[in-house]
Design a protein around this ligand. Structure first.
Ligand code: CA
Ligand code: CA
Ligand code: CA
Length: 406
């Protein structure tokens, strides 16, 4: 069983391989080495690989950071010294205590992300105060674009698992954008309240910040799974909790109507929390259980779940589809697929009735996923960095980017 969608895009890339379709590492021609991203502004951090330059207005109205104040990679330490930040005054969440064990790779980023459609500018990498040398993965942005939730690990996840310290070395956290344009320190978004050895992954936080739905590799037995499917070595399920003052309560397993012995992973939910689009390898989709599809399930006002249904082709295919998200205007259904090469972010037209129209198109790639929208139309996502100069290729980092709508 390939370990699809374990924690975030990095795990997905590890699972599905390192196809270099669509351009090799030698296509990179610009600057933007990974270690300089805290230097002198977003303009020089993300104009990666395209002919087009970052559109004007990309930073002015929303106060995105210049990142120049503390370009170190120990964002938690630097950020923690800035007393009086907005986040300190408004959140009850504790500061993160995790420290990255990795160093930034020198040189340019291999195969940086590009926007392939004309209604987005080219990708901008968030500054080093938020993106450090360790995996910053599974991004979720608040509607106002001023908070970034993400999954974090102090080393490569496969190494942490191998060394049996995955629960100690990973967390879901968030950082808030200060009025001066800098990002506050990482704060723990504790999704292990009554499941301390769980590995929580991607979140969907409600627009008002009062609830969260997430997927996790739980360490608990919920009683209905009698053995894993052949070839599958772990299970993932969906959980939810209420959130008060940025502190999640204990998680609730959303139940066997939705969860199963197969993987229920990365997801997106409507803001009433009643419809969840989720990633699963369960039978009944396209392809076998070594690949994933996107499914949808809805609960009624009393909380009773209906039967999950698989989204049709051409949203799904016999390859991997995962990590769904709806655009703020409801016009586009976004998802990640490796149907044409390395994992990338795709979209297809949709409508409030949930039908899909036309052919999907790839929006951002390669090695890109985890789409999440701010209300202003900025699309945040994760790009995975892979060193192709060594054999086997080394998946060594994940960072958070955004593209501006034009
Ligand atoms: Ca990183
Ligand atoms: Ca499951
Ligand atoms: Ca599929």
């Amino acid at each position: 069983m390939k370990q699809i969608a374990l924690m975030g895009l990095m795990a997905v890339v590890l699972a599905v391989g390192f196809c270099r379709c669509g351009g090799g590492a030698d296509t990179r021609s610009d600057g933007g080495p990974g270690s300089d991203t805290g230097g002198s502004g977003t303009e020089d951090t993300g104009n990666t690989g395209g002919d087009e330059h970052q559109p004007d207005g990309g930073t002015g109205d929303v106060g995105l950071p210049d990142g120049g104040h503390d370009a170190g990679h120990d964002a938690g330490q630097d950020g923690g010294s800035r007393d009086g930040g907005l986040d300190a005054a408004t959140t009850g969440a504790p500061l993160s205590t995790l420290t990255c064990e990795l160093s930034e790779r020198p040189g340019p980023i291999p195969q940086p992300p590009q926007a392939y459609v004309t209604d987005f500018g080219q990708p901008v990498r968030l500054p080093a105060s938020l993106n450090d040398a360790c995996p910053n993965d599974a991004v979720e942005v608040s509607p106002d674009g001023k908070r970034i939730y993400y999954s974090y690990s102090i080393n490569k996840l496969d190494l942490l698992v191998e060394e049996k310290r995955a629960a100690q070395g990973t967390e879901v956290r968030f950082q808030d954008l200060h009025e001066d344009g800098t990002w506050g320190p990482p704060r723990l978004f504790d999704l292990r309240k009554d499941d301390p050895d769980a590995l929580p992954g991607e979140t969907r936080v409600s627009n008002d910040g009062r609830w969260v739905i997430w997927h996790a590799l739980s360490a608990k037995d919920y009683g209905y799974v009698r053995g894993l499917p052949a070839g599958q070595t772990f299970d993932l399920d969906l959980f939810e909790a209420s959130v008060e003052n940025d502190v999640p309560g204990p998680g609730t397993h959303i139940g066997p109507e939705v969860n199963s012995e197969y993987l229920e992973g990365e997801h997106w939910a409507t803001d009433d929390g009643r419809t969840i689009y989720f990633t699963s390898n369960r039978p009944g989709g396209f392809g076998d259980i070594s690949t994933t599809d996107i499914w949808v399930v809805t609960r009624d006002a009393a909380g009773r779940w209906g039967t999950p249904t698989v989204l049709p082709e051409p949203v799904n295919s016999s390859r991997n589809e995962l990590q769904p998200a709806l655009s703020p205007d409801g016009v586009w259904f976004y998802f990640v697929s490796d149907r044409s090469g390395p994992a990338g972010i795709w979209r297809i037209r949709t409508d409030p009735g949930g039908t899909f129209t036309g052919a999907p198109e790839i929006v951002i790639g390669p090695y890109s996923g985890e789409p999440s929208f701010a209300t202003d139309g900025r699309l945040f996502f994760v790009h995975v960095e892979i060193d192709f100069t060594v054999s086997p290729a080394d998946v060594y980092d994940a960072d958070i980017y955004y593209v501006d709508p034009r």
